[in-house]
Write a new protein. Structure first.
Length: 127
């Protein structure tokens, strides 16, 4: 049997094969870690997207509630202005009656009706 002496060429091939194998193992290991990081980043991105969506919906709901509250406040303000106008009218009528020096029966009934109307408007606005 004849032994084939190792030539530098054969040693280089084995060295290249070994280096390529080691490089493949390193890349595979590094590739797995990279894939895990990528999957983690995707999961975090999805979580943040979902959270952002929920916050956007919450903000939209709060804006709608705020608009509704402002409309109610405007309505209450208008009601109070109406009450003030009626109250002023009742006071002016009272002053006229007092200046006339007599309280006519019809005038008194009219004032009572206006005062009752004011009370009802106040109760309605409080509800």
């Amino acid at each position: 049997m004849k032994l084939v002496p190792k030539t530098p060429r054969t040693s280089k091939r084995f060295g290249m094969i070994a280096a390529t194998s080691v490089l493949g193992v390193v890349l595979a290991t590094g590739g797995c870690a990279w894939k895990q990081e990528r999957d983690q980043a995707r999961a975090q991105k999805q979580q943040l997207t979902d959270e952002n969506q929920k916050l956007s919906e919450s903000l939209q709901s709060i804006r709608a509630e705020s608009t509704e509250a402002n409309a109610i406040l405007d309505e209450v303000q208008k009601g109070l202005e109406d009450i003030r106008a009626k109250e002023l009218k009742a006071v002016q009528s009272s002053i006229r009656v007092a200046q006339e020096g007599k309280a006519a029966g019809g005038r008194r009934d009219q004032l009572d009706a206006e005062i009752q109307m004011i009370r009802e408007a106040v109760r309605k606005n409080l509800q």
